[in-house]
Design a protein around this ligand. Structure first.
Ligand SMILES: Nc1ncnc2c1ncn2[C@@H]1O[C@H](COP(=O)(O)OP(=O)(O)OP(=O)(O)O)[C@@H](O)[C@H]1O
Ligand SMILES: [Mg+2]
Length: 243
């Protein structure tokens, strides 16, 4: 049997009686960048929240390094090495850049590395060092996204899940965001990416899963999907993305 870093097996996720995700399976291998694409409401964020055990699946199984995440609390998932940068960033806007970063290092085993982790975040995003005492709410959109990623990295994840990191950012900042994701991956962090900038996301990814109304409709190597006419017309077209 193959050993995947993350394996999602036939999961259903519900909000009350409403089934938002139905029988979805996929896996993420160590060292890869895997992307989930799909229109609004397809279930992308719901799946990331399930992996983080914020909305645990009602059926199926999620395995990380072969171990089931069932019954774990969200903070225990972070302890295992999975960090999520949520859609909309969810920063502590009244707290400073430094305080937001420090809060990211809440897993006990990461605290001894606080200084090293801060240095790493500032190397990756020098502007955060310049704004260290500024409250997060006063940062630009791009800087807030950098801080959200920096905060997630403080927990020293082996798997980083990014939910729409380019949302609402100017094109030049979007470019930088994708470069940063590539850099993090080259440093050994496995990435699970959710993006509506489909073309750019697929260009930096190894493999993608295409979701539609809670189910996985298509999957493939990114270079194959980008040249697949069904994919281009059905998915890139639906999402109004220029390619
Ligand atoms: N807290 C919630 N309560 C009830 N239904 C929800 C909740 N969050 C999401 N849903 C529903 O679950 C489905 C999947 O939503 P989800 O947010 O996962 O989609 P998404 O693919 O991330 O979309 P987007 O691209 O807009 O972020 C949608 O039908 C949505 O209305
Ligand atoms: Mg979403």
């Amino acid at each position: 049997m193959e050993n995947h870093l993350l394996e999602i097996k036939n999961i259903n996720i519900s909000y009350g009686d409403a089934l938002a995700v139905c029988d979805v399976s996929f896996f993420v291998d160590e060292g890869k960048i895997i992307t989930l694409v799909g229109a609004n409401g397809a279930g992308k964020s719901t799946i990331l929240n399930a992996i983080s055990m914020i909305t645990p699946p009602v059926k199926g199984e999620i395995l990380f390094s072969g171990k089931s995440l069932a019954k774990l609390k969200p903070e225990e998932v972070v302890d295992l090495g999975i960090s999520q940068v949520p859609e909309g960033r969810h920063l502590f806007t009244k707290l400073t850049v430094l305080e937001n970063l420090e809060l990211g290092a809440y897993p006990a085993k990461t605290r001894p590395y606080m200084k090293e982790s801060l240095e790493r975040a500032f190397n990756l995003f020098p502007v955060l060092k310049e704004r260290i005492k500024q409250t997060a709410g006063t940062l630009s959109g791009g800087e807030q996204q950098m801080l959200a990623i920096g905060r997630a990295l403080m927990a020293r994840p082996s798997l980083l899940m990014l939910d729409e990191p380019s949302l609402g950012l100017a094109p030049i900042i979007v470019e930088k965001m994708f470069e940063t994701i590539r850099t993090l991956n080259s440093e050994g962090i496995t990435i699970l990416l959710v993006e509506q900038n489909v073309h750019q996301a697929l260009e930096i990814s190894d493999y993608a899963y295409v979701l539609q109304t809670g189910t996985c409709r298509m999957q493939g190597h990114c270079e194959e999907l980008l040249t697949n006419s069904d994919f281009r017309s059905a998915y890139l077209g639906i999402m109004g993305v220029r390619i």
